[in-house]
Design a binder for this molecule. Structure first.
Ligand code: SAH
Ligand code: SF4
Length: 382
């Protein structure tokens, strides 16, 4: 069965071209169409951006490609490396704006983010998950999120999204390979749908980087029409993570303004129709905020809400952000919440704070660093 592919807007950067788009360009330069695949292979599969090193291409074409410019549209600003080998990359785009991306070695035997059939798989330390950004800042305004508080600066292009992985690959150590990519960095990926869709096609192209679609996870705060579109465009193959964070419409609207537009009923109906392959589950992200969404009755309600959707829950104790008094519950409360979900038959994992010492836990990607929490409490003001 043919896997659906979205109709894409035209490529705006050479690194965004698919093999057939390269072929068109090359034919217009008087080259044979088959060279399209060769150029794509050099860039995306082999990670070679210097046309002079593309040894199976004629000299004239290499010179023409050099004129075109195949360099990455971003560079590594800084890299912080934690003792668990988690690496936070500060990525600088050509206009000077910065986003973050994180390389996370999968060291645990049991991978909390893996799908059912993967959960028994043993992960060698050389398997890496890369967390990437889709926007500079974010327009969604979630009150517990540093990107949301900062507001949207701009969308990333498809080239900038893919280039985070092309750059990430150059920073791997030993036998490491990037097996999973999660769009959980800065930004709301579905608010930048066109560019993200092209990036997904590029990242999963079998002749390029070649990630398996089920190993690419898109995390969204719940933009219902775009979730439907993603499901249609990729036949449900792209793994979906949804930030829920509350089972009460009133509370969710307070902490996630998107809920005022697409409430819980609408969101849950949308998730129920996401065309997922059999035995796969939607990841429900639930950031635990003390006094806001961490009661055991909320856990009960969460289990009830998810009873009819194949789902697993990732609990993320909230990382403190600058200027907000919101914070994580005590560890015992987090464990009690998890246990309650388990008791209600819902698989729930607590997301480890990998790389926390370099302020690089996924979902903690900020325009400015996290500050120590001032006080704990119910106040929702930021
Ligand atoms: N915009 C998308 C993806 C990026 S955020 C989304 O919201 O899903 C990735 C995850 O980190 C989301 O579940 C988000 O709610 C969570 N997150 C954001 N700020 C956080 C914080 N301060 N502490 C813990 N998790 C946070
Ligand atoms: Fe945007 Fe996600 Fe942060 Fe909400 S949690 S503001 S959607 S990045």
């Amino acid at each position: 069965m043919a896997i659906p592919r979205p109709t894409l807007a035209p490529a705006t950067h050479p690194l965004e071209r698919l093999p057939e788009e390269w072929a068109e360009v090359l034919v217009s330069w008087g080259e044979p169409a088959y060279r399209g695949k060769q150029v794509f292979d050099w860039i995306h599969r082999r990670g070679v951006f210097d046309p002079e090193a593309m040894t199976n291409l004629p000299k004239t074409l290499r010179a023409r490609l050099a004129e075109e410019g195949l360099g990455l549209p971003l560079s590594l600003g800084k890299m912080h490396r934690a003792s668990d080998r988690t690496r936070k990359l500060l990525v600088r785009m050509d206009d000077g704006k910065e986003v973050e991306s994180v390389l996370i070695p999968m060291l645990e035997r049991l991978d909390p983010d893996a799908s059912d059939e993967d959960e028994i798989e043993r992960l060698p330390g050389d398997v890496v998950t890369q967390c990437i950004s889709s926007q500079v800042g974010c327009a969604m305004g979630c009150v517990f999120c540093a990107s949301g508080v900062a507001g949207l600066k701009r969308h990333l292009s498809a080239a900038e999204i893919v280039s985070q992985v092309l750059l990430g690959r150059t920073l791997l150590e030993g036998e490491e390979r990037i097996r999973n990519v999660v769009l959980m960095g800065m930004g709301e990926p579905l608010h930048n749908y066109e560019n993200v869709a092209r990036a997904l096609v590029l990242l999963t192209h079998p002749e390029g980087i070649g990630l398996s679609k089920r190993r690419v996870t898109l995390s969204t705060s719940g933009l219902v029409p775009q979730i439907d579109r993603l499901g249609r465009d990729f036949g449900g193959q792209i793994a979906l993570a949804v930030s829920l964070h509350s089972v009460s419409d009133e509370r969710r609207s307070q902490i996630m303004p998107i809920n005022r537009k697409h409430g819980l009923g609408e969101l849950m109906a949308c998730l129920a129709r996401y065309p997922m392959p059999k035995r796969r589950r939607i990841t429900i992200e639930y950031t635990l905020i003390e006094g806001v969404n961490d009661s055991l009755s909320e856990a009960d309600a969460l289990a009830r809400l998810l009873a009819r959707v194949p789902a697993k829950v990732n609990l993320i104790p909230m990382n403190p952000i600058s200027g907000s008094s919101l914070g994580a519950p005590a560890t015992e409360a987090v464990l009690a919440f998890q246990k309650r979900l388990f008791d209600r038959g819902l698989p729930a994992f607590i997301r480890k704070q990998r790389g926390a010492e370099v302020d690089a836990a996924c979902g903690q990607l900020a325009l400015h660093g996290a500050a120590p929490r001032k006080k704990r409490g119910l106040g929702l003001a930021v």
